[in-house]
Design a protein around this ligand. Structure first.
Ligand code: NOJ
Length: 733
């Protein structure tokens, strides 16, 4: 494995030579705290039991109040656990001490956790941060998260999530970098550099875990965990791409996805795990299952029982079992019965031990007292990074009549329950944040705008207090309505069949519109929403996502104009839910949608997306000119002029796309090939350029063969996937 010294490699081999079969299998087992009392089941199952009515809410609460936590100390002591999920550093040290000082081999645990968009400092959810198109930012937020979590004993992040996601109904679009494989790959690479790159001290880096390998984002009809069927050219050109990029960047671990891909669950998919990931891509680290996923292979109907599921998973190349204990319970017998070669166990244990060695866990297994106290108060530099990430991720969708930016002295009516919430700014999958660190929108707005009145009125859930709206009378100069989704409406197991603004919030908007005051709609949500109505009637729309702990300041700075918005959409927004999946890099079809009836369109929906990938306004305007494409032997040299034609400085996201016009397989109408952030003063013009190596102009066919085919190509440059200049060029490879 790259990054290990000869001595460390020998140490791994020496350990392996002294380990029993059980101890090696123990390394392949990841456990988490479970609850005991009443029912001896994992916490997730308890929640499920309550949700599906097997126990009542009262029974659940009773169990919770009397339950004790089981940290599986005896199993750690006997070498039956190689990894643990825990986030309390004191507990982490206690468990680590048992592993290191009381188990026969003294092998440290690798402690892993879901650190998806920040640890103590929570940054924007990934779909939002990706829209900053800022790879340097992606890297810095990852690096900060690594440092914060390592100070709490967490050396392994179950991140980055790099699933290409084109269907906004899928709740987990929030967790990944959006719909585009190129942006996803750049995001993935930067996250790997940030998480794993600073190895100057073991306190500075963690092992990343690419997930969910692979195709999870293509769940049929956007319903979480659903089956995935896709042509292999889609697999190679789109869904595999960010994983391949991150493996190339050095990612240390990979998590297999829950879904089946073309009929075989990823958990037991030898083609995916052994052939593609480990053999073709040369992935040196270890693969972990998703939670409970090995057991679920029985439910999928691919394994007869747990033993069968464990055997299939191990043979397929699944190195670590998350949460079922199926490996520790069954693999020894399977090896003895000749069903699993011992070499498979050796390989898995070797991979896991190598990652532990790479993390420095053998030399530094514990968290120091000093480290535990380091972030008692969040340092200013951490807050500053959270603010930078938050404000760079805000997307201005509409600004009719230039209502924004608002003057500081403007009389503002701030509306909506979400505006005062601390937890709703955090977003799905954040576990280690503290309420005291969170700046809600209300706070940010009050600090910035002295003439502000607040009306909670209503939100995603529950009633709207119409009376409050009617009775207010004086609405000041402008209404800022903070509406959208609760955090619980996106993320895992949160798919939706209707992605319009939920509840009665549209009614509330209508009432606010009737006041005659300009309405600024600030959206807080974890997925692209279907905004046709808002697009038609509300003059100003700001997509603010779930921006993390500094959300309040970021929103206030954008609304006041202290920050000129620069965020773009990393996922297309449909007009109506029924258009999902809608994405910019689609195939043309033989009858591309047009006004004519017999074309690929809906009778009752507009053509294409409402807001396309790459779209976002600012308080200035940009113009593109002079797109040039010059051919050299190995590449195309592409350049375009960008002018700031407005009255203030800003940062434009220049996007370069390509289309392979005729090929032996149909190709997307556009594919992102590069992007550049360009800082421009008012009136200034700069040239943005990039080199497109000819070897990157090809595509994979259905057999996974990469093809470079001569012919006509179109090169595009512009400020969004819809709005571009174009040049044609004929290439002979
Ligand atoms: C299930 C999720 O799919 C995955 O993303 C997460 O990392 C694991 N559970 C562990 O919490």
């Amino acid at each position: 494995m790259k990054g290990l010294t000869e001595k460390q490699i020998q140490k791994v081999e020496e350990l392996l030579s002294r380990m029993t079969l059980e101890e090696k299998i123990g390394q392949m087992n990841q456990a988490a705290t479970s609850l005991v009392g009443g029912f001896d089941v994992p916490f997730e199952e308890l929640i499920e039991m309550m949700t599906d009515g097997r126990i009542s809410k009262e029974e659940f609460e009773k169990i919770m109040s009397t339950a004790e936590q089981d940290f599986h100390e005896d199993e750690i002591r006997s070498g039956m656990i190689g990894s643990f999920m825990v986030q309390d550093p004191v507990k982490a040290n206690e468990l680590q001490k048992i592993a290191v000082e009381e188990s026969r081999m003294g092998i440290p645990l690798i402690i892993g956790l879901d650190v998806i968009h920040g640890f103590r400092s929570v940054y924007p959810i990934a779909i939002a941060e990706a829209g900053s198109f800022d790879t340097d930012l992606f890297e810095r937020t990852a690096s900060m998260a690594a440092k914060e979590s390592r100070a709490a004993g967490v050396a392994w992040h179950f991140a980055p999530m790099v699933d290409v996601a084109r269907d906004a109904r899928w709740g987990r679009v929030s967790e990944g970098p959006g719909e585009d494989p190129y942006l996803g790959s750049e995001f993935a690479r930067a996250k790997i550099r940030g998480l794993q790159g600073d190895r100057s001290s073991t306190e500075n880096y963690v092992a990343a875990c690419l997930k969910h390998y692979v195709g999870y984002g293509a769940a049929e009809s956007g319903r979480d965990y659903n089956t995935v069927s896709m042509a292999m050219h889609q697999f190679y050109n789109n869904y595999l791409k960010p994983f391949a990029a991150a493996v190339d960047e050095g990612a240390m671990t990979v998590m297999a996805a829950f879904n089946d891909l073309n009929g075989v669950p990823c958990t037991v998919n030898e083609f995916l795990l052994r052939k593609t990931l480990k053999e073709s891509l040369g992935f040196p680290g270890f693969v972990v299952s998703d939670a409970n996923a090995i057991r679920e292979c029985v439910v999928h109907g691919i394994a007869e029982d747990e033993m069968d599921a464990g055997i299939q998973a191990a043979l397929a190349g699944m190195d670590m079992d998350m949460g079922t204990s199926i490996y520790v319970k069954n693999l020894k017998a399977a090896v003895e019965a000749g069903k699993v070669p011992v070499a498979v166990i050796d390989e898995a244990a070797r991979r896991i031990l190598s990652v532990k060695m790479w993390l420095g866990l053998f030399d530094n297994p514990y968290v120091s007292e000093e480290a535990m106290k380091r972030y008692e108060t969040l340092p200013d530099s951490h807050r500053a990074l959270a603010l930078e990430a938050a404000e760079k991720s805000v997307v201005l969708l509409k600004n009719e009549g230039s209502v924004l930016p608002l003057k500081k002295e403007a009389r503002i009516s701030l509306v909506g329950n979400l505006a005062q919430s601390r937890e709703e700014i955090i977003g799905a999958w954040a576990m280690s944040w503290q309420e005291k660190d969170c700046v809600p929108i209300l706070q940010g707005m009050e600090e910035t705008f002295p003439n502000l009145k607040y009306f909670p009125c209503g939100g995603p859930e529950g009633d709207i207090s119409m009376n409050e709206v009617i009775a207010a009378g004086d609405w000041g100069d402008v209404i800022v309505a903070v509406l959208g989704e609760l955090v619980s409406m996106s993320g895992e197991a949160s798919s939706k069949a209707d992605i319009t603004i939920p509840g009665r919030q549209r009614e509330l908007l209508e009432m606010l519109m009737h006041t005659g005051k300009p309405v600024v709609l600030v959206l807080m949500n974890g997925r692209p929403l279907a905004l046709e109505w808002e697009y038609n009637y509300v003059p100003v729309i700001v997509e603010a996502w779930h921006l993390g702990i500094e959300m309040g300041h970021a929103v206030a700075r954008v609304l006041s104009g202290e920050k000129n918005p620069e965020g773009r959409l990393s996922s297309s927004f449909p007009a109506l839910t029924g258009q999902c999946p809608v994405y910019y890099n689609h195939m043309n079809t033989g009858r591309p949608g047009s006004k004519s009836k017999f074309t690929s369109r809906y009778l009752d929906a507009p053509l294409g997306s409402l807001y396309p990938f790459g779209y976002g306004l600012s308080y200035t305007t940009y113009e593109y000119s002079d797109l040039k494409v010059a051919e050299t032997e190995d590449s195309l040299e592409v350049s375009v002029k960008v002018s700031n034609t407005g009255e203030r400085g800003g940062r434009e996201t220049v996007q370069f796309y390509m289309q392979d016009v005729t090929a032996t397989l149909v190709r997307p109408v556009k594919e992102l090939k590069a992007f550049r952030k360009v800082e421009l003063e008012a009136g200034e013009t700069k040239t943005a350029a990039f080199t497109l190596p000819k070897k990157e102009m090809g595509f994979y066919d259905n057999d996974g063969v990469y093809r470079l085919e001569d012919g006509l190509f179109r090169i595009y440059a512009g400020g969004s996937s819809k709005d571009c200049l174009m040049e044609e060029v004929r290439i002979k490879f």
